[in-house]
Write a protein that binds this ligand. Structure first.
Ligand SMILES: C[S@@+](CC[C@H](N)C(=O)[O-])C[C@H]1O[C@@H](n2cnc3c(N)ncnc32)[C@H](O)[C@@H]1O
Length: 409
């Protein structure tokens, strides 16, 4: 590893390393990753110190979706503390080299001012808000690299750190169960499934791909899927996002509007699809043909079914598995379902797998792919890869995430 030298000696990290440092701070800030958690990848102090002059503009400049004041304060407290510690180290080094005090580095004044403002309860500077949001709503934005502009080209441009990235912004409720539903925040399995799709976009962008998502919740996976389709040259790829009627469907529509995916020409549709009703319709399919859920699935004719964090309630396992089977039966010959689950309770997950088998469905574990932010090749920097769609999920505490590929036997 190459240790960065002092601010004053002119041999510090190169522009692409500084840009990488700025980029990973921005990506994690926008994902609202808790800044004091061990999951937050902070650049070494010496690099952070050299990057600090850009950070106020990078993080709080125009057209940024505002974070909640609480998150902003926590983040700025940690950032300023890290910068202060780096300043102390640099000053010590300069003193030991007998350098004049006038050259000593300081924490950037704009960041300090921003921190004081956040603590005082507001900002005198404008922050972009999204229609229907309140100042304390928490919006997270997750980015991933997309083709079009190479990382090297983007590294030459000082202005836009994430020019070669695509993103989805999502409104998140703080607590796991909010307003009586689990569907108003993004769950770890959803983040991981979205990461898998971003790593293997052809799953959803191949020509004529038709993706039905079960239990879309706040809409992250489906919105990522639709963005991948919009960005690809694939013809007629479509995404159908589904969930229970009511507030979750409203939230999915809000998410699509926030991300510019709500135009009539958009490749994404939102549908009410209750697994209990699908199960009931399947029982009645011999007696009646006004079967809105099954008719919808026949019209959608999926080539891929997605579901994230839908295995948690033992009472719902039967209807869920019947719904997966109904999707596969209505789908194309190659249709498969990718089901990402956080295994919180081995018995519940075991019951799900047993139910798949009992319903004539095969299930195989797929290795979850995980996109990372590429580290610039021209510098040796002692930083771990930053996983995209970062979170504080700890598998040992909260459960391992597993991806199953389910097919008709
Ligand atoms: C834990 S959340 C997961 C949300 C999202 N997939 C994610 O990963 O962030 C479970 C989702 O399943 C939906 N759900 C629960 N029971 C359902 C049912 N009977 N029919 C359809 N969706 C249901 C909930 O509304 C919720 O959106």
């Amino acid at each position: 590893m190459q240790e960065a030298t002092s601010v004053s000696d002119g041999h510090g990290p190169g522009p692409s390393t500084l840009k990488y440092a700025r980029r990973i701070v921005l990506l994690q800030y926008e994902a609202r990753l808790p800044p004091t958690s061990s999951a937050f990848v902070w650049p070494p102090g010496s690099i952070l110190l050299r990057a600090q002059a850009w950070l106020d503009r990078d993080l709080f400049g125009e057209n940024k979706v505002g974070s909640s004041r609480r998150y902003r304060t926590l983040f700025l407290r940690e950032l300023c503390a890290r910068l202060d510690a780096a300043v102390q180290v640099e000053c010590e080094l300069l003193r030991s080299q007998g350098v004049d005090e006038i050259e000593f580095p300081e924490v950037d004044a704009a960041l300090l001012e921003r921190y004081v403002e956040a603590m005082a309860g507001g900002s005198s500077r404008p922050v972009t808000t999204i229609s229907s949001s309140t100042p304390d709503d928490e919006f997270t934005t997750h980015y991933w690299p997309c083709s079009g502009r190479s990382q090297a080209e983007s590294d030459d441009d000082d202005d836009d750190l994430l020019d070669s990235y695509a993103s989805v912004t999502i409104r998140e409720e703080g607590s796991a169960i909010s307003k009586g539903t689990t569907g108003l925040r993004t769950w770890e399995a959803g983040l991981r499934l979205a990461g898998h799709l971003v790593s293997e976009p052809s799953l959803v962008t191949s020509s004529g791909a038709r993706v039905v998502e079960l239990g879309s919740g706040a809409g992250f996976v489906g919105a990522v899927c639709a963005k991948l389709q919009v960005m690809s040259t694939a013809q007629v790829a479509r995404t159908f996002m589904t969930d229970m009627p009511g507030q979750v469907i409203t939230r999915i529509n809000d998410t699509l509007a926030t991300n510019g995916l709500d135009s009539p020409q958009s490749c994404v549709e939102v549908h009410e699809l209750d697994w209990l009703e699908i199960s009931a319709e399947r029982q009645q399919s011999r007696q009646r043909d006004d079967l809105p859920m099954l008719n919808f699935l026949n019209r959608a004719k999926p080539s891929l079914v997605l579901a994230a964090d839908v295995v948690y309630d033992p009472d719902l396992i039967g209807p869920l598995v019947e719904s997966i089977r109904a999707c596969l039966e209505a789908g194309t010959r190659e249709c498969q379902a990718l089901v990402a689950s956080t295994i919180r309770n081995a018995d519940t997950y075991g019951a799900f797998k047993a139910s798949l088998s009992a319903h004539g469905l095969s299930a195989s574990v797929v290795e979850l792919r995980c996109p990372v932010v590429p580290i610039p090749g021209d510098q040796c920097i002692d930083m771990p890869d930053l996983r995209l769609f970062p979170s504080v999920h700890d598998s040992a505490l909260h459960g391992r995430v597993e991806l199953l590929c389910v097919r008709l036997e």
